[in-house]
Design a protein around this ligand. Structure first.
Ligand SMILES: [Zn+2]
Length: 183
């Protein structure tokens, strides 16, 4: 496990170490409809970005208000909601803590379910939220159902404290290819 991640890190750092600006970047609009406190949201965004940085990918977050004000339409959107929200979407990929619809490049994370998990985890809600955001964002970028038996795309959330996980080697290559070549 650790060895696999190291190999991935090395493979990309050889390319990107000298030119972080050239790193493949994923730009994500983030709508905080669940009203997650700003400090927790900052932490979660940082954690999700760290998951991607381990495969050499940068994440730029655009808050909903900025996207609307500046009329920018980032290629991906993550919406933080509370369960019971009135939704008309029929998501393609349904997880316990969120769902993703790659056809419209939008994922939802159900924040109160993330919060509830902290009762049986030493991880903070902000930390778990970051992992779930990274997972759902992964669904938007990766082809197919995207679940693997290990890594950040494992279905089901691991509430145990462990070193941060990221995408598997093949997933990392798929994500970078999608961001650079659009496929
Ligand atoms: Zn999933």
């Amino acid at each position: 496990m650790a060895a696999a991640i190291l190999v991935v890190l090395f493979a990309f750092s050889a390319v990107d170490a000298d030119a972080a600006d050239d790193a493949p970047t994923v730009i994500v609009r983030l709508d905080n409809l669940a009203l997650v406190p700003a400090g927790d949201l900052d932490f979660a965004e940082g954690r999700a970005a760290a998951v991607f940085s381990r495969i050499g990918v940068q994440v730029t977050w655009i808050p909903e208000q900025i996207a609307v004000r500046d009329h920018v339409m980032p290629p991906f959107t993550v919406v933080l909601i509370k369960s019971g929200s009135d939704l008309t979407v029929r998501p393609a990929i349904v997880d316990a803590l969120g769902f993703a619809d790659p056809s419209v490049s939008r994922a939802h994370v159900i924040y109160d379910r993330v919060e509830a998990l902290t009762e049986r985890s030493q991880l903070s809600a902000a930390s778990l939220l970051g992992d779930v955001i990274a997972h759902e964002l992964g669904h938007l970028i990766l082809p197919g159902p995207g679940h693997t038996t290990r890594g950040i795309m494992r279905s089901g959330v691991d509430v145990h404290v462990h070193p941060m996980e990221t995408f598997t080697g093949p997933q990392a290559r798929q994500i970078v290819s999608r961001l650079i070549h659009g496929r």
